[in-house]
Design a protein around this ligand. Structure first.
Ligand SMILES: [Zn+2]
Length: 258
């Protein structure tokens, strides 16, 4: 009976960083724990040329379970690195499920000119997603309004605002645009994220860990922790965690076209 219950639970980590050094010593066990927790897949996001190459090896080993989304940190990569990532993405495009994470960071970058300097790189990745007909995953820390403006002007494909941290006005704008958001496993600690969970239709909500970051526990974050987000969202929307798991899994597969 417990076995059947366990089998009925389905979850998907829509955004994580399984290539990172935090998982170097026990990546296999982390992935095994994810399967045991009921995950049917995860999307891992590479953020540099080295991370891209590392991820190629990982998805080869875990076909049909780990999927690759290729992006960069627009505030951290050089123009040259960005071009390298774009070249790699074109070359391996059939093994890539989305462009991103990519976008604007106003949390770490405060100076107006430095903020603006991220835009050409972001634009290039938006164009890349259009060119390859791929959905795009957006990092827009404290820059949700500007990122939305740029996307509305330049992009007509599917958009996922990862680890969404906007206020209710932006949440409504995302909902109206038919875009998606992901909520991290620790999202219930943040009032604006709880509000977003109520504003967006459940069909536009995905769950992520962003592991190794944003842990809901005192330990390193990992894909198995998606269950915390699943439970929290169930409580907020008054639904069972099975329903939340199943629906967010479907949403993830729809967005990434899996
Ligand atoms: Zn991330």
């Amino acid at each position: 009976m417990y076995y059947l219950e366990y089998m009925s639970m389905q979850m998907f980590d829509a955004h994580t960083h399984i290539d990172m050094k935090h998982f170097k010593n026990d990546r296999e066990r982390v992935i095994q724990r994810a399967r045991e927790a009921g995950l049917v897949g995860m999307v891992t996001s590479s953020i540099s040329p080295a991370s891209f190459r590392m991820t190629l090896g990982i998805i080869e080993k875990y076909k049909d379970f780990i999927f690759h989304s290729a992006g960069c940190s627009a505030s951290q990569v050089t123009q040259q690195e960005a071009d390298q990532i774009i070249g790699l993405t074109r070359k391996y495009s059939t093994d890539i499920v989305a462009v991103g994470e990519v976008g604007l960071d106003y949390h770490w970058v405060k100076e107006p000119r430095a903020r603006e300097a991220q835009e050409p790189i972001f634009s290039k990745f938006i164009e890349l997603a259009s060119e390859l007909n791929l959905p795009i995953v957006i990092h827009s820390r404290k820059a949700e309004a500007r990122a939305s403006e740029m996307l509305e002007a330049q992009f007509s494909g599917d958009v996922l605002m990862h680890c969404f941290d906007g206020d209710s006005t932006i949440a409504q704008r995302v909902a109206d645009n038919g875009w998606y958001i992901t909520l991290p496993a620790n999202f219930s600690k943040y009032r604006n994220r709880v509000q977003s969970a109520k504003i967006l239709p459940l069909e536009q909500i995905l769950l992520e860990t962003d592991g190794p970051y944003l842990s809901p526990t005192s330990d390193r974050n990992e894909p198995a922790n998606i269950q915390y987000g699943c439970e929290a969202l169930g409580k907020i929307l008054d639904q069972t965690k099975e329903t939340i798991g199943e629906t967010t899994t479907m949403n993830t597969k729809r967005f990434y076209r899996l």
